[in-house]
Design a protein around this ligand. Sequence first.
Ligand code: CMP
Length: 138
Amino acid sequence: MSNRTFTMIKPDATSKGYTGGILDQIVQAGFTIRAMKWTRLTAEQAGRFYAVHSERPFYGELVNFMSSGPIVAAILEKDNAVADFRQLIGATNPAQAAEGTIRKKYAASVGENAVHGSDSDENAAIEGSFFFSGLEIF
Ligand code: CMP
C-alpha cells in the first residue's frame, strides 16, 4: 500500500552540504516528495517536536542541536514508506548503520545523525502536520 512518512535533514547534514546528495538518494530509492521546506526550528519548536524524549538524558543536547541551523522537512510517499525509509537511513547510531545507508554515508554520531525518519504511520502523520498545512501537501 502506498503511504507516507516524514523526514528531516538535520543541521549537521545541511551545514556540510549533504542536502542534495541525501535528497537524491531518497528519490532514487523510489520515494516521491509530497511536501518539502527549508527552515530552522527555534529551541521551543525543537523541544515540542521531540517532547516524547523530554525525560531522556540527551534531550537538552538534542534540542540545542536541532535548533542550531537550517533543516529540510519533507513528507515522502512510497509503498511501505515508514519501514522502507528507516531501512534506507540505517540505524540511529551511524556506527551500527548498514553499508550504503544514508546515516552510514553522512552521519557523524548518534546525536548528529544527518536525518530523522518517523517510526510509525501515526507519528508520520503527527510529525508531517507539525511542519505543513493542508495547502502545502500534495
Ligand atoms: P531521531 O530519529 O531524530 O529521533 C530521536 C533522536 O534523538 C535520534 O534521532 C538521535 O539523533 C537522538 N538520540 C538518540 N539517542 C541519543 C543519544 N544517546 N545521545 C544523543 N542523541 C541521541
